[in-house]
Design a protein around this ligand. Sequence first.
Ligand code: BGC
Ligand code: CA
Length: 207
Amino acid sequence: MTEEMKEPQLGPLGCLGRGHTPLVLKLLFFIFFSGLLLAILIQVFKVPSDQGQSKQEEIYQEMIQLKAGVDRLCRPCPWDWTSFLGNCYFFSKSTRNWTDSVIACKETGAQLVVIKSHEEQNFLQLISKNKGHTWMGMSDLNTEATWHWVDGSPLLPAFMKYWNPQEPNNLGEEDCAEFDGNGWNDDNCDVNNFWICKKPAASCPNQ
Ligand code: BGC
Ligand code: CA
């Protein structure tokens, strides 16, 4: 084997022969530039992420404002309905027979009024007295003289005092209950009366 064909021999510190950069230096340069590149990359990705965070914060604050606005717009009852003790009431301006009044209320997601408390009874009686004969959601259409509300519940004895004197008298054929003056009357279901619908009030945040 000739001298020229021999493997190049490394000197001390990995030095190649003359004219070659020492390996250690190359390594140092590599580490230095890698570090520099890493630092630049960190900066490049750090700045937009900072901006992104403040943008996110801005959007979050806007959403809070927007929610406060929507909360202020929230009403427990629809337009033209009256709120009373957690329920919404619709007092009709026109008149219908009892069955059509039941349907009218159903169409608005409500029920022809079912009376559940004495406060509610007094409130509705007063409004109806000023208005005229008004249907409520009670009839004895299924069984004569057995009164039921449209939600299926029976007329409780505690509420029987609201019948007007001598009512219900089933005069002719009277199977539907109405507000009449200071109390209730059974009337012919085909008569056209005002009606009252009832549905639960929506719960509005912070109201
Ligand atoms: C009504 C009856 C009621 C009576 C009371 C009539 O006009 O149709 O339902 O019982 O008045 O006097
Ligand atoms: Ca009657």
